[in-house]
Design a binder for this molecule. Structure first.
Ligand code: PMP
Length: 434
């Protein structure tokens, strides 16, 4: 295809004067003259302002589970917003949404809504601290829980900064995070039972919450080793710690009940956003009744937009579809074909590849065979991965530019899209020098 980027480059030049880096979220900046600006998206496709069409595997970083601008969801939103957009009063539709979430998500007995994944994790952390009367949090290196200050540590720094694996150092991922928060966070390598156990023996009774993504949704979809999530569950019970499972990426995507259903796991609180609303701004956190019911009894939680009608209507429509129709099964079928096809391509070219994740949300690493945490991932051939996806993007197939971000599938991806993707990646493997 060899895409033109003339209009994108013009818009970027204009945007530089208006928005820091020319974007509204740092992750959307790919670099000077290579950052695409979008015109529209429908189904599995996205068009940039230069008219180039892409098979989209970014899916807006995960929210699009049915397809871009999915008719049935948009119709429901139109219907509801003609009646009201925001009322600062609870509607029956919110109750319908809460009932759906509680039915679908194993650990959720009570739920509160929010507008973004960041808010959901922020609220969950406060509730955990209030419930336990403790302040410290454990999170895992390379995991991302949104832009609130409490867990934005050791997220995407070079791993050399994290210190020795046996005594990791929390590294703030931004200037502006108060130094005093360092005291409240312990960062540990994921998938390492011994180190977690050692830290808990020393300070388990000071910990309010262990927050974890079930897999590395923000580092190539590396999966939990068998027993690791179960170990967290067991130890949280032993030390009276609240186990917060961050399902912002996995929820309503890798299974109807997210990673909890997939791994038969019962966290105390889970956080949701993304696939819940097929792109509309809606999020939730929920969990055990005895924990959630402290909200409103000396524990503050709220937000003007928490019950915004577009988000609530979109979530009701999306979750009903996911709950009642074989949507996720269809995504799983195509995702499996794509994962298998990609693995074969690399294997046939004698390139050592490891596939990670789930058919609806996967990635792959090249080189290093043992990849169980962010430290291992950094030793993989990330530069080669980047050049491969730069080639596929040039040729109409768009996974994210960042090797940490998984490939996301939606219900609208077709068999033909999968075939075209495999053809383009086959070309990339032939043409891009390793
Ligand atoms: N948690 C996880 C696991 C995420 O992947 C993200 C976003 N990528 C967030 C929280 C934050 O969500 P949001 O961008 O909606 O604030």
């Amino acid at each position: 295809m060899n895409n033109s980027r003339i209009k994108s480059t013009d818009l970027q030049a204009r945007a530089y004067n208006l928005l820091p880096l020319g974007v509204n979220s740092n992750f959307r900046y790919w670099g000077d003259k290579i950052t695409p600006y979008v015109d529209k998206a429908k189904g599995a496709y996205l068009w940039d302002v230069d008219g180039n069409r892409y098979i989209d595997y970014r899916m807006a970083f995960g929210p699009i589970i049915l397809g871009h601008a999915f008719d049935e969801v948009n119709l429901k939103v139109h219907e509801e917003i003609d009646r009201a957009v925001l009322c600062a009063m609870t509607s029956e539709l919110e109750l319908e949404l809460a009932e759906l979430i509680i039915e679908m998500c194993p650990c959720v007995e009570m739920v509160r809504l929010a507008c973004s994944g960041t808010e959901a994790t922020m609220h969950a952390l406060r509730v955990a601290r209030a419930f336990t009367g403790r302040e410290k949090i454990i999170k895992f290196e390379g995991m991302y829980h949104g832009f609130q200050d409490y867990t934005l540590f050791s997220t995407y720094s070079p791993v050399e900064a994290y210190g020795n694996i046996n005594s990791p150092v929390p590294i703030a991922s931004s200037s502006g995070i108060p130094k005093s928060l360092n005291e409240l966070i312990t960062t540990l390598p994921f998938n390492n039972l011994e180190i977690l156990d050692k830290v808990l023996r020393r300070s388990g009774y000071d910990i309010a919450a262990i927050i974890a993504e079930p897999c590395f949704g923000n580092c190539a979809a590396i999966e939990p080793l068998p027993g690791f999530l179960e170990f967290i569950r067991e130890k949280c019970t032993e030390y009276g710690i609240v186990f917060i499972l961050d399902e912002v990426k996995t929820g309503f995507r890798i299974a109807r009940g997210g990673a909890q259903e997939y791994y038969h796991l019962m966290p105390d609180i889970a956080t949701y956003a993304k696939a819940m609303g097929n792109g509309f701004p809606i999020a939730a956190f929920g969990g055990r009744k005895n924990i959630m019911s402290i909200i409103g009894h000396g524990v503050a939680q709220g937000g003007t937009y928490n019950n915004n009608k577009p988000g609530v209507a979109a979530a009701v429509s999306t979750l009903k579809l996911i709950n009642e129709k074989p949507i996720l099964e269809s995504i799983q079928y195509r995702g499996n074909n794509l994962m298998r096809g990609l693995a074969n391509l690399f294997t046939e070219a004698n390139i050592p590849v490891t596939m990670h994740g789930y058919p609806a949300m996967f990635s792959f690493t090249i080189g290093n065979e043992k990849v169980t945490d962010q430290r291992d991932w950094q030793g993989t051939e990330r530069d080669y991965y980047l050049r491969l996806v730069e080639y596929t993007i040039e040729n109409g197939v768009m996974p994210d530019h960042d090797p940490r971000e998984p490939w996301f599938l939606c219900f609208s991806h077709s068999d033909a899209d999968v075939d075209e993707t495999l053809n383009v990646m086959a070309d990339a493997v032939k043409r891009v020098k390793r």
